[in-house]
Design a protein around this ligand. Structure first.
Ligand SMILES: [Zn+2]
Length: 258
């Protein structure tokens, strides 16, 4: 019997790092994954997200948002133009959005404005948020806690935080997106995952970035998600197939994929 397929809830397969061999990458992904969620990064990448999802409509599902590292000094206009696109087609998530204090602390107030607008959209369109937080997990949790009126849900993508942060996120009704970092020898994530509710874990690659062991230093791709599932299986003392089944069920529920 074939292994159950995995859902990659966060891949940037639309970026130019894949332009030379995207067909092969997606063919390989389709052997391992039953769906890929493609979170948009900036205004320029929207057309490419839509083109890839149009070409592989049964595998690739788009999300619309402005990455915190792409938030300009005056974000109002780009956010207005993105908001206008929300009605233009079916989107499966809002993001990625969030707070990033690693790359740029100077735009924090604009990032907060942007994240709040994304929260408005998620509520209005009843879509899950795809949240990026880098060196800003507690700030992101606080903002979501302020905004949580019972209608927000979503995922803290590429979660690498502490057990206390994981529990705070689950208390908010959100999911944890787990990627290649769990395969790194020094990562504490394996221990955190032992203690959290398995029904709130979804898998992701964040490809082309953050490749799992044994591909560190190389370009990441969705088919490598198998290594993430294997690492979680060790942590949960279940089979990799069970991790695939559990996390795909979770992702289907969160993103309401067809
Ligand atoms: Zn991303």
């Amino acid at each position: 019997m074939a292994s159950p397929k995995i859902i990659d809830t966060h891949t940037h397969i639309f970026v130019e790092e894949f332009s030379a061999d995207r067909n092969q990458i997606i063919t390989r992904a389709s052997e391992v994954c039953r769906a890929l969620i493609l979170p948009n990064i900036d205004e320029e990448s929207i057309a490419q997200v839509e083109a890839v999802c149009g070409q592989w409509p049964d595998l690739c599902f788009p999300a619309l948002g402005l990455h915190p590292s792409s938030v300009p000094e005056e974000p109002g206009d780009v956010l207005n133009r993105m908001e206008a696109l929300l009605q233009s087609r079916k989107w499966y998530g809002i993001g990625e959005t969030g707070l990033d204090l690693y790359w740029d602390k100077s735009t924090l107030s604009q990032q907060v404005v942007s994240l709040n607008r994304h929260c408005d959209w998620a509520i209005e369109y009843d879509l899950p948020l795809i949240l990026h937080s880098r060196e800003a997990t507690s700030e992101t949790i606080s903002l979501i806690r302020e905004r949580q009126d019972g209608k927000l849900n979503g995922v803290f993508h590429c979660f690498t935080g502490t057990l206390a942060e994981a529990e705070a996120i689950l208390d908010l009704g959100f999911y944890l997106g787990i990627g290649g970092v769990i395969t790194y020898p020094k990562s504490e994530l394996k221990n955190v995952l032992k203690a959290v509710d398995q029904t709130r874990i979804v898998l992701e690659t964040d490809s082309p970035w953050l490749p799992p062991v044994p591909y560190r230093g190389k370009r990441n791709e969705s088919s490598y998600i198998r290594h993430v599932a294997e690492a979680i299986a060790l942590s949960w003392h279940v089979s990799t197939d069970e991790v695939a089944e559990i996390t795909s069920r979770n992702a289907l529920e969160l993103f309401r994929l067809p």
